[in-house]
Write a protein that binds this ligand. Structure first.
Ligand code: HEM
Length: 456
């Protein structure tokens, strides 16, 4: 059984005794309401009062989440074998939309099979193929950005990243693209809305959604299946570089290819997991930079120098993902007991590496709430103390893609434009926009509002 080192202030539990770590004294209903409205406030408060490990209880289900944020404990959970601590993403609100064969939903050997099939398009050299797509999509959208008056950056980065993921995944010519864009747009509106969460709370299963989401999903599926069918017929498949063409040619260890159903689920997964997240991360980067003029100036100087060195850009991206992680936590379900630090957690526990708290652990980071890219100037982040992309065998498949995309969007935008904090509403957001929950992500509450000025 894997173990983790206890934090200095935590008492070691006697082996064999299985008690969950302490939690807030507030009744479960209050914990639930506070969590729904202000998850980062809840996590900050609990960490201050209870330390690196605590248990939240939700009403009316009685569901308990054991949150951990000690890097050693996080390592224990992330490196536990899938038969001990598989992902609990199958019961997340997005699972019914992504489908039963989605790599995010599957666990065990089936998960590994899909993951291995999906990984090659996201490997190092392949990334180069996507560079022009990212720069072009950014420049095209920037052409309509207003100057001298407030703009919500998040709305625009969402458009850019949707365009990028559609082109990377399908590589399709313009008129097919429109059908896909409309179909995914139709799905995203209801998915963003609280309706999906309500649906998931009512029926936490893999059953396909009905109503507006169901209809939008039917339409998207029809367009995707048609595209898969057309692509299977195509004779130049081997020359094509897009992800769908690569997946159509992929074979598993037994030489089997992916079925249409599997392809559909992975494509929808990549479309959904691959664009809102990155769009939000870029919006947070601008939101942080605009409130730290010295950091912004240093980044602009590096961009203007135009050399190969993008060390400060990398540091800005790492620091943004540390201090404003888009996905605040990941959930693992214990199928066997697991010793996590001083706690012997029983089978059935939902153990949650808190990305938000781990990334701000004061034992690792000095002044953890401060936006200070310089902390990553000399060395990259530590594997289990910087976990915006999760970890272990479930670590985000698109991490390199997302990092590349963040850097290229920021470079393209900041080469031409410089942001300032809008005068109106500026007082409210003087120190920053707060974290607002949107489905499973945390987004800047005002959409990363800035005023753009042309750079000379
Ligand atoms: C800044 C942007 C992104 C963030 C913050 C992010 C974050 C995450 C996190 C936290 C997980 C769960 C990891 C775990 O359970 O340990 C994950 C999984 C995943 N992400 Fe991302 N992601 C981003 C961008 C992307 C992109 C661009 C793609 C694809 C194009 C992508 C595809 C996936 C997939 C397929 C999984 C499931 C991996 C598995 O279960 O094996 N993500 N991501």
């Amino acid at each position: 059984m894997a173990t983790a080192v206890a934090a200095p202030h935590e008492k070691l539990e006697i082996p064999g005794r299985q008690r969950l770590p302490p939690g807030p004294r507030a009744p479960a209903i209050l914990q639930t309401l506070a969590w729904a409205v202000a998850p980062t406030w809840v996590m900050d408060r609990c960490a201050r009062r209870l330390g690196e490990t605590f248990t939240l209880t939700f009403a009316p289900s009685g569901l308990k989440l054991v949150m951990v944020s000690n890097p050693e404990a996080v390592k224990t959970v992330f490196t536990a074998p899938p038969e001990v601590a598989p992902s609990a993403a199958g019961s997340s609100p997005i699972a019914p939309v992504m489908g039963p064969s989605s790599v995010i939903v599957l666990t065990g050997p089936e998960h590994m099979r899909q993951r291995k099939l999906l990984l090659p398009p996201f490997h190092g050299e392949r990334m180069r193929e996507y560079e022009d797509v990212i720069v072009e999509a950014t420049q095209r959208d920037m052409a309509s950005w207003p100057l001298g008056r407030p703009m919500r950056v998040h709305e625009r980065t969402r458009k850019i990243t949707l365009e990028v993921i559609l082109r990377a995944v399908f590589g399709v010519e313009a008129e097919r693209m429109e059908a896909l864009r409309t179909a995914i747009g139709g799905l995203l509106e209801p998915v963003r809305m609280p309706r999906l969460l309500l649906f998931a709370l009512r029926r936490p299963s893999l059953q396909r959604p009905s109503g507006a989401i169901g209809k939008a999903l039917d339409h998207l599926d029809a367009v995707i299946y048609e595209e898969i069918g057309r692509r299977r017929e195509q004779e130049d498949l081997e020359q094509r570089k897009d992800i769908l063409s690569l997946l159509l040619q992929a074979r598993d260890e037994d030489g089997l290819q992916m079925t249409d159903g599997e392809l559909r689920d992975e494509l929808v997964t990549l479309l959904l997991a691959g664009h809102e997240t990155t769009a939000t991360a870029v919006a947070w980067a601008i939101e942080r930079l605009v409130r730290h003029p010295d950091k912004l100036r240093r980044l602009l100087a590096e961009i203007d120098a135009g050399g190969e060195d993008d060390g400060y850009m990398q540091a800005v991206v790492n620091e943004t993902l540390r201090v404003r992680p888009v996905v605040p936590m990941v959930v693992r379900m214990l199928l066997q007991e697991l010793q996590v630090g001083p706690h012997n957690l029983p089978k059935g526990t939902r153990v949650v590496p808190s990305i938000y708290l781990t990334n701000r652990n004061p034992r690792v980071y000095e002044d953890p709430e401060a936006f200070r890219p310089e902390r990553f100037s000399d060395s990259g982040p530590e594997t289990f103390a910087w976990i915006p992309f999760g970890g272990g065998i479930r670590r985000c498949i698109g991490a390199s893609f997302a990092l590349l995309e963040m850097k290229l969007i920021l470079r393209t935008v900041l080469s031409a434009l410089e942001p300032s904090v809008p005068a109106r509403g500026g007082r409210l957001w003087r120190t920053g926009e707060w974290n607002q929950r949107r489905a499973i992500t945390l987004v800047p509450a005002a959409g990363a509002r800035v005023v753009w000025h042309k750079r000379t």
